[in-house]
Design a protein. Sequence first.
Length: 533
Amino acid sequence: MKRFYKWAICLLIPGLTLTGCFDLEEEAFSEVVEKDFVPLEQDVNSLLFSTYTPLTYIMNWQGYFDLQEEPGDCIITPTRPNGWDDAGTYRRMHQHGWTTDQWQPQNTYEQCYTGINNANRVMDQIKEDRLPVDEDLKESTLTELRAIRALWYSILLDTHGNVPIVTAYNDEIPTQSTRQQLYDFVVSELTEVAPMLSEKADMSTYGRMNRWTAYMALARVYLNAGVYTGTPQWAKALEYANKIIDSGIYELSPDYSDNFAMAVDHTNKEIIFAVPYDRVYSGFGQFAKWYPPISRLVFGSSYQCWGGSGANPQFINSYQEGDKRLEKTWLMGPQYNISTGELVWTCENYIPSLTCYKDGVNKTSINYGYRVWKYEFNVETSWNWENDFAYFRYAETLMIKAECLMRLGQNESEAASLVSQIRARVFDDASKATVTAADLKADTKIKYGTLDWDNNIDVPGDQTPVVLGGLYDEYGWEFACEAQRRTHMIRFGTYDTKNWFNHTAIKDGHTRIFPIPLDELTANTNLKQNPGY
């Protein structure tokens, strides 16, 4: 098959034990019972499949993408002619007023533990010889399972912080760990397994944890260590970024848009780790939230979108002239019927408010806001998009190195050179592509403050310059709409200090992590709610 994820739906391995007055022993003919199952390599891959597939929820309804983007200053979901208040869900996400049973935080929490529990289940079966795997295959499989489990925990470390560390599949009620303990666990696991993972970066490891993916996960965790533990680890993040760079395996794609294409080129050396999607089994559904129902007339698609989301005008206005990431990330301007050429709708760099109500009148419009255009529009499917999601890109590796050098005050000219290298492919004018260390140290170009109906700044709020604001902007422009904005804003100190659009800063810091879902608290009395909720 084309990709690892699609080899098979996870094998069912039922174990039947029947007892009765005659103590009869059942002989199975239609099923493979656990004791008789001797897995080959492709079977083990199918079992591994169950630990990866929950990642596909990243780009589906109210999943990790929404969790990372809706609370930030880039994407807004206002009311539309066809609804979209959704009982205030998106208003709460924008204003950081989410509840303990809000879908976005709860969905990510549950999907992470689905991946973790599946990894633990397969590990226990292998360790207990209920899956009699060849010794060499046994070690490599256990290593990969630990790696993907650690990746799941790295997401929870960032989103929910104080969660249980579960390392076995059993009926024991888990106890809660602190964010520090979770950080230590993730770092320890990834550090130990990374050297044992495959060094290959080809089709055999596409969508799977290899050594470089583990190094990248470590680099990202260390980059945010100051947020997670109070102790920055810039040198450690730099160390792991350098390991990837020094390998010589990865490089920037010549065209920025190659990383988001419908038909992913599996030889693309920029993608370090991808979440594969498929038009049949596990499609990418986030697109339905980006375009209005009438968009099918523009794109020639057979399905109808429901959107939804638009770009915050403040973020759009920060782009530099000549930066092609603007047009490669956002759908802008008039949109015409693909058959007749008639105007269908116009994407305006303007959203009046979250509710679009003024003087008691709903003045919402499908025209409000630029729409996400980063991912190639898929018209070949009846619904599910098969654009793979680039979870780790080499551009991020270079950015991490640049940030660490700047934070450490080391070789700032090299840091500027790395950022300039990333910019080179999106500027026709080489002089505009080049930035200096002074540019990276400058304040952000985003004009923060809440906006009135006419998109003028209403309440400026905190106007303290952002430290390394130029670098902060580079992260925003390069990784817009890639489920990273919330994490970047927290690290650079804007998330709970700045006002934007209809969001007023909540400065006590408790919204940096999400609440433990109410269902989890009810089911497990060992858990305590995160502070502030």
